[in-house]
Design a binder for this molecule. Structure first.
Ligand code: ADP
Length: 917
């Protein structure tokens, strides 16, 4: 073992020791040596743990200068001061044995090495030193003796130093710069693989270095030798063992001594740190892996000291919470303040509870970053406790879970939207676990299928039981096909019967999800209520059918009048026709053309109404002006079918605003239908009355009636009730559509009632009053058509239908009418009642019109009576004959009402009757 000049070697080596190197510290500690350092002018000394022990302040790292000074023995103060001075001025080192008086009164002998350090200009900047117990030091040692310690004492110190350095695994080097020679102790030589006696130079040192570190180390050595620098050397590098080529990491320290501004010597330590490096690398690898993991999961670390409220954050935590690393880390209070106000209380409570219950916690909250942005944070944490069970700190992690939260929110919203969509579409969703035969339904499904709501699963059979038996086989087939994998997706339409008996059309969409074995695992899908579509579809189909029927009917209807026209046209070609036959032919053609024209008018009107092109012209009008033309138009039909028309009209005149032509069309259509759909000899009643909400015109018949299921449809275009079609004797299913359209144009409506087939029908047209009308308003000025005063009129015709019809017309015109069917009855009536006028048919079996006229004129009242003749023949000879018989006027059948009116008005106007003869 190499020995050193004890005092100098030891002091410098100790001072050169890196105080931070734990191994060195523990080595020195094992050797019982404490270190201290005093920077000139500081209030405290830095002391190692052992030094603090020696000075009775275990656990301290710093001791006040005044405290240390107070320990020094008064008798030795001068000596110590002198030693310090010597180190400052001389070679910079001293060793003294001295006493310290501990606060408890105990006296301790210490051996202390003292070293002054200078700056480049030679001024002292600090003292460093080492102390150990000078055990067994004689009480009697005096300061002077101490100053002249003998060689034996020093040898003891050297041994101790070697022990200390060995314990710490530290070697010592001493580089004489001027000569270039280096002294290495055994430990250093061993690292380099240099023999014990082999001389060592700077070249030896450099030749052992790992090539990768050469330049760096050389630069560091040169730097420390620079007189302008602080003269310290500290460097970690690799050394390759000369023989074994084993590579080791060493940490070398050194302190350079300058003389006259020139570096002369460097002494220091060499420590094998391979193991530490290895551990460090391993730790670093683990740490970097951990860091990577934390980075990958966007996880930050934090720790909070409840005592000081201070927090420590990892860089990732700064990043996540949006607080730059430069600024002071927020305190615990600051951090809580960043939490969204709505989430604060819950988060704080969770942490408090977890700490109290000694368990880790996990919570999520929103946090508002300093830049105002909002993030979702998942925080995990746990309290760490000290020996006395107090909470030392709480530490944990934070993760940014904003994206996950957003995704969850998106899913939630998506579900909400689906729910809304299902609701809006009147749809329900289902999911059938095929193997367990469990069907899960969304709430809407129960409503669709009319099953009481429940949360437990249903079976397929329960579902099937709701389906209309007519549709069940098709549904089962579709499901079976899908389950067998023959269809990817199925679609069915079926009816379900609700407990109340009502029926709904549903459509079902389903898809099969196969399991890993390829067999169906589950089936899921949607059901939609398509009742409304189905109804529309049916309506469309019906309309389509009606259109076809209409076309067939139309061609029939057009052909009907064309046939007689064609026949008559051919007859007209004959040269042998007399005048009467030609007149007859003309009438046939006129009648048929008129019929065709009516048909086409109706069609055109309906077309105009549906296209919105028909306009009505409202004018003030009387009820009579509307009803009269209508009755007149259907009169021939009523007569032909031997119906009795009964009127039930309000007593006084009723005035209102309407389009008289169009309203007449409405009434005549209703009357014509009543006539058509009532077996011959029936009764048709025309009623009118003023009600609060409008004028009501009713046509009531005792005819074939209308089945209940047809009632809602009869007002549709081309609608006809099958059962009555044969009866109609022509018709296109246009009339009622026209009635409805015309009334709607008037702001009114039409209603139909019937107790069913054979029970007759009632049609009711309701016409609201115009704003300026009201019930009971005084009647307006009489229209031209209205008589100034009613006349008493006698109607005589053996054709009772014709007589009745004429009677109705005159009644409508406001006259008081008596109808008689034969001359004798008429004469009798005229003897009892005084008439203003009589309308008399000429051709009657018992007494003809001429005879009756002559007899009437013989009666006292008959002399001024207005007598009107009705004949089928309008020839001049007939007119002369009538005049001779006493008739005032002569009209040809069929009677034209306006003409008759005009004639009657002559009498009303007070015009003198023909001169009595
Ligand atoms: P059309 O009479 O040309 O067939 P409408 O539109 O006038 O057409 O009438 C439609 C259908 O309503 C008729 O085919 C008939 O079946 C029924 N209908 C109309 N009026 C009556 C009524 N008074 N009594 C019975 N059925 C009627």
């Amino acid at each position: 073992m190499q020995t050193f000049e004890p005092v100098a070697e030891f002091g410098e080596a100790v001072v050169a020791l890196d105080d931070d190197a734990a191994a060195i510290r523990s080595g020195l500690r094992a050797a019982g040596i404490g270190l201290f350092e005093y920077v000139l002018g500081a209030s405290h000394l830095r002391v190692s743990a052992r030094c603090a022990e020696l000075l009775d302040r275990p656990g301290s790292h710093e001791l006040p200068r005044s405290y240390v000074a107070s320990l020094l023995h008064p008798d030795e103060l001068d000596m110590l001061r002198a030693a310090a001075m010597r180190t400052a001025e001389g070679n910079g080192r001293a060793v003294v044995v001295h006493r310290v008086q501990l606060p408890g009164g105990q006296v301790r002998w210490l051996r202390t090495w003292l070293l002054a350090q200078h700056d480049a200009r030679g001024r002292v900047t600090r003292w460093s030193g080492a102390s150990e117990l000078a055990e067994g030091a004689p009480e009697t040692w005096s300061a002077t003796r101490i100053a002249t310690l003998d060689g034996a004492g020093l040898a003891d110190v050297a041994t101790r130093l070697q022990l200390a350095t060995a314990a710490a695994g530290i070697g010592i080097h001493d580089f004489d710069i001027a000569s270039g020679s280096i002294r290495w102790d055994a430990r250093v030589r061993e690292i380099w693989g240099v023999g014990p006696d082999e001389p060592v130079t700077y070249g030896t040192f450099m030749s052992g270095l790992h090539p990768g570190d050469l330049d760096r180390v050389d630069a560091a050595v040169r730097g420390s030798l620079d007189p302008q620098g602080d003269g310290t050397f500290s460097c970690e590098y690799r050394v390759v063992h000369r023989a074994t080529r084993v590579v080791r990491w060493v940490h070398t320290t050194g302190r350079v001594t300058f003389t006259d501004g020139k570096a002369v010597r460097m002494v220091g330590t060499v420590q094998d740190i391979s193991e530490r490096k290895r551990l460090y690398d391993a730790v670093e690898a683990v740490q970097s892996r951990l860091q990577m993991a934390l980075d990958a999961s966007s996880t930050g670390l934090w720790s909070w000291d409840p005592l000081t409220d201070q927090m420590l954050w990892s860089p990732e935590t700064h990043r996540i919470l949006g607080v730059p690393e430069g600024v002071p880390t927020p305190t615990g209070t600051d951090f809580v303040a960043m939490i969204h106000p709505e989430d604060q209380a819950a988060a704080e409570l969770e942490v408090e509870l977890a700490v109290e219950q000694r368990r880790p916690y996990e919570c999520e909250f929103r946090l508002i970053r300093p830049d105002g942005s909002l993030v979702w944070i998942a925080e995990r944490g746990q309290a760490i406790r000290d020996e006395s069970d107090g909470v030392l700190r709480v530490t944990g992690t934070v993760t940014n879970v904003t994206q996950r939260r957003r995704d969850e929110e998106a899913v939630r919203r998506g579900e909400e939207r689906l729910r809304l969509a299902l609701e809006a579409a009147r749809a329900g969703a289902w999911d059938w676990d095929v193997r367990a035969n469990e069907v899960l339904w969304s709430p809407e499904m129960f409503e669709l299928f009319g099953i009481e709501h429940r949360t437990s699963p249903l079976t397929f059979a329960e579902f099937a039981a709701t389906i209309d038996p007519r549709d069940l086989p098709a549904v089962e087939h579709a499901v079976a096909e899908a389950l067998a994998g023959r269809t990817a997706q199925y679609r069915t339409e079926f009816r379900v019967i609700h407990p109340d008996g009502s029926c709904r059309w549903l459509t079902g969409l389903g898809k099969v999800q196969p399991g890993p074995d390829g067999r169906p695992l589950r089936m899921y899908g949607l059901n939609l209520d398509i009742t409304a579509y189905k109804q529309l579809e049916e309506a469309l189909q019906r309309a389509d059918r009606q259109k076809d029927e209409f076309l067939a009917m139309l061609s029939h209807e057009l052909r009907n009048p064309l046939a007689p026209i064609r026949t008559v046209a051919r007859i007209l070609e004959s040269p042998l026709l007399d005048e009467a036959q030609i007149a007859w032919a003309r009438q046939v053609i006129q009648r048929q053309v008129h019929h065709l024209a009516l048909l086409l008018d109706d069609l055109l009107d309906v077309a105009r109404i549906t296209q919105g092109k028909l306009e009505i012209q409202r004018t003030p009008v009387t009820l009579q002006a509307v009803l009269e033309p209508a009755i007149e138009a259907v009169q021939p039909l009523l007569v032909e079918r031997h119906h009795r028309l009964v009127l039930d009209l309000p007593p006084g005149p009723v005035e209102f605003r309407a389009d008289p032509l169009r309203l007449s069309q409405v009434v005549s259509n209703l009357l014509a239908n009543a006539a058509k759909y009532t077996n011959p000899g029936g009764r048709v009643e025309l009623r009118a009355r003023a009600e609060a909400d409008g004028l009501v015109i009713e046509v009531v018949d005792n005819g074939v009636g209308i089945p209940a299921d047809a009632l809602p449809h009869i007002f549709g275009l081309f609608a006809q009730v099958d059962a009555t079609r044969a009866l109609s004797g022509g018709g296109l299913g246009v009339g009622l559509a026209l009635v409805r359209g015309l009334l709607e144009l008037h702001g009114g409506r039409v209603e139909a009632e019937s107790d069913g087939p054979g029970c007759g029908s009632t049609f009711r047209a309701i016409l609201p009053w115009s704003p300026d009308e009201s019930v009971g308003e005084p009647p307006g000025p009489p229209s031209d058509a209205a008589p100034t005063a009613p006349l008493r009129v006698l109607v005589v015709d053996d054709n009772s239908d014709a007589a009745d019809a004429l009677g109705v017309l005159l009644q409508l015109a406001g006259h008081e009418v008596w109808v008689e069917h034969g001359g004798a009855e008429a004469l009798r009536r005229a003897q009892a009642v005084t008439f203003d006028a009589a309308v008399i048919d000429i051709g009657m079996p018992d007494m003809d019109g001429y005879e009756l006229a002559r007899r009437l004129r013989e009666l006292p009242a008959g002399r001024t009576m207005l007598l009107v003749a009705l004949t089928g023949w309008g020839q001049a000879s007939d007119k002369t004959r009538a005049a001779e018989a006493g008739f005032d006027e002569h009209l040809t059948k069929p009677v034209d009402t306006p003409e008759l009116q005009a004639v009657l008005r002559l009498r009303q106007g007070g015009a003198p009757g023909p001169a009595p003869r």
